[in-house]
Design a protein around this ligand. Sequence first.
Ligand code: UD1
Length: 419
Amino acid sequence: MDYFEINGRKQLQGEVEISGAKNAVLPLMAAAMLNNKKLQIVNVPYLSDSTTMAKLLESMGAKVAFDSHNSITVDSSSLDSPFASYDLVKTMRASFYVLGPLIAKFGYAKVSLPGGCAWGPRPVDFHLEGLKALGVDIKIENGYVIASTKEMLGSKIHFPKISVGATGNVVMAAVLANGVTTLSNAAAEPEIQQLCNMLNSMGAKIEGIGSNTLIIEGVESLDSINKISVIPDRIEAGTFMIAAAAVGGKVKIKKIIPEHLDSVINYLKKAKIQLDIGSDYIYIESDGLSIASTDMETNEYPGFPTDLQAQWMMLMCLADGVSTIKENIYYDRFTHIMELNRLNCDIKLENLIAKIQGNQNLVGADVMSTDIRASAALIIAALCAKGKTKISRIYHIDRGYDKIEEKLSNLGAEIIRKK
Ligand code: UD1
């Protein structure tokens, strides 16, 4: 298995281009099956999750061609098997995104339940309740969701909690339902906005995009569009922003939509990090030393993203006092604490609030990735630590970060992938 060897305390200097968003490309690929046509998706991040979604679509009969490094064409005209196997779904929860489009396309689907993940149970009850409200019959048999319907009818659906995946799944079904569907407490994340915008350009009728209420007037069928370009990955961008702030240096983060990062920008400003915000870039200058301790809590968009919580925690490990983190999306998404503490960070978990005592004395050690974002936090910690750090199980990072070691090396970091 591959691992990273990192030699810390090298300041970061230069420019880095951000790839397309993992959490946007996956639902776009699933939505490509809705119209039996070809769809070219560009600015696709080169990640194992993109490949997993491609394999899943192929396993159902679609043709997926990787035209170049970051462009794929999905041809769903030959997709004829509405079955998503456990083998593929267990490696990537977002595979569950195929359920909504499959039921809209075939009136029937058999999709494996995803199971839990490193930071606890991650149920799919909102997805299933939403589909049931549209008139879909749902049975669970041998770990599979068996969904069937004769006709989907528009409905009023209120999600008990905002869910990115449930919103995407139900939207992809409701666009082809008969009548009007209203989704309240729906996700407003930029990735869901892009999905809805793409569906509208295919002829769907979705209003309220970017708000927490979506009104969807069902249409008979969707047209083809030639091409869609995936929005920049705000989580990758935020990871590089936090890395530059923590390690120190001067870094220009390019090809981004700064507005998608407003909450991260605001928290970095509170932590006294200097930022210059352009139309499609953010420039960060930091000495890595004068970081103000800042309490933070994660929230749904436009709040601070849970997918940057581990990286932010790492930054606070260097701050000038005590700071706290409250995780409001996944209450126990804290598996990175033990690993960060191995590098001499000082983090305690009390009543689901992380308390971080900052210090500037991080020292390299052997650590283990537990999930995609925890791995990113460990890389940043290793870049700040004195001496060598070995990070194992980096297959997690390959799921969500496009060429991370190349991008960091170009900024002057000493990071090597080893077998
Ligand atoms: C997506 C992102 C993930 C991010 C998360 C929260 C993708 C591929 N993944 O995951 O990176 O961390 O949003 O921003 O886009 N919930 C339920 N029942 C459900 C669905 C969700 O109780 O049926 C709960 C979850 O346990 C969690 C909260 O709702 O507490 C939000 O989860 P959700 O937005 O659904 O996360 P994902 O879509 O899986």
